[in-house]
Write a protein that binds this ligand. Structure first.
Ligand code: CP
Length: 310
């Protein structure tokens, strides 16, 4: 494994190996000295052309805890703002002899393109509306831990599906781990062509959140991405919250064992109520914590794992 660009590139065995390694990486978080020598002498560039709190900081922490040298770059503070092309910018960084570029970019496919331009490993930290593979892996890690496995479990993914790269990676990842998935959204936020995709890949579609919630083991609420919306996808925020939000009333529809996920950042009061976000069964902060461990495991697999002779 050289790059992590899409969950589609990973076999079930590779996903399981990343999640299993993350279990031992997670123990580092509870140590006083949070440092393993695994990636000593390796250099990792975090190149974020879009804002991020969780992904950027957890990749940086993951690299540091594995003793790699990590450097953060953004579009604004680099020569990108002077008009340098993406190709020239990443080839310049690549020519410095770095071992990995972790990239977030608003254009779908940018990490794939970068991987063709540079010799080092490339990790997709979220590209446009395409994929966010490390998010899906940490979501799977968190749900697997909470539910004791994902095989045969029912996961509902709810909200702004049209603009969600998290959805695309999660659909691929959950299918490979044997979970049953139902997507719930208003018709305006269902991606075009989703019916054919659902028929081909065996997941379900629903417009009725109240009917789906009593049947789930986990519900994943997705953020309404207003910054990517050019038109009115729903009449008002209040109407969206009433029809598709995880409201206090809807918490009562969940089975007792069911857990709540949200990849963050959350719009409290829109897709998720404060009662749901802060509920005992909410795994929102567990997902953040798992993010560091899973990203440590990803770095390990790409830079130090079996068969990696870079
Ligand atoms: N979930 C996620 O990608 O969050 P950030 O945008 O804060 O990285």
């Amino acid at each position: 494994m050289k790059h992590l660009l899409s969950i589609a590139d990973l076999s079930t065995e590779e996903i399981t190996s990343i999640l299993d390694t993350a279990v031992s990486m997670h123990e580092v978080q509870h140590r006083e000295v949070k440092k393993l020598p695994t990636l000593r002498g390796r250099t990792i560039i975090n190149f974020f052309f879009e804002d991020s709190t969780r992904t950027r900081s957890s990749f940086e922490i993951a690299g540091k805890w594995l003793s790699a040298d990590t450097i953060n770059l953004t579009g604004k503070g680099t020569s990108v703002s002077k008009g340098e092309s993406l190709r020239d910018t990443v080839m310049t960084v690549g020519a410095m002899g770095v071992d990995m570029i972790i990239v977030r970019h608003p254009a779908s496919g940018a990490p794939q393109q970068i991987a063709e331009w540079v010799d080092c490993s490339v990790v997709n930290a979220g590209d446009g509306t395409h994929e966010h593979p490390s998010q899906a892996l940490l979501d799977a890690y968190t749900m697997r831990h909470a539910l004791g496995g994902l095989e045969g479990r029912h996961v509902a993914i709810v909200g702004d599906l049209t603009h969600s790269r998290v959805l695309r990676s999660n659909l691929l990842c959950l299918a490979k781990l044997g979970a049953q998935v139902t997507l719930v959204a208003p018709p305006t936020l269902m991606p075009s062509g989703i019916g054919a995709w659902a028929a081909a890949d065996g997941f379900n579609l629903s417009y009725d959140l109240d009917a789906v919630l009593p049947t789930v083991d986990a519900v994943m609420m997705l953020r309404v991405q207003r910054e990517r919306m050019s038109g009115g996808y729903f009449p008002t925020a209040k109407e969206y919250a009433v029809t598709y939000g995880l409201t206090p009333r809807r918490l009562g529809l969940l089975p007792e064992h069911a857990v709540i996920c949200h990849p963050g950042p959350m719009n409290r009061g829109l897709e998720i109520s404060a009662d749901a976000a802060d509920a005992a069964r909410s795994l929102v902060l567990d997902q953040v914590s798992a993010g560091v461990a899973v990203r440590m495991s990803i770095l390990y697999h790409l830079l130090a794992g079996e068969g990696n002779d870079q």
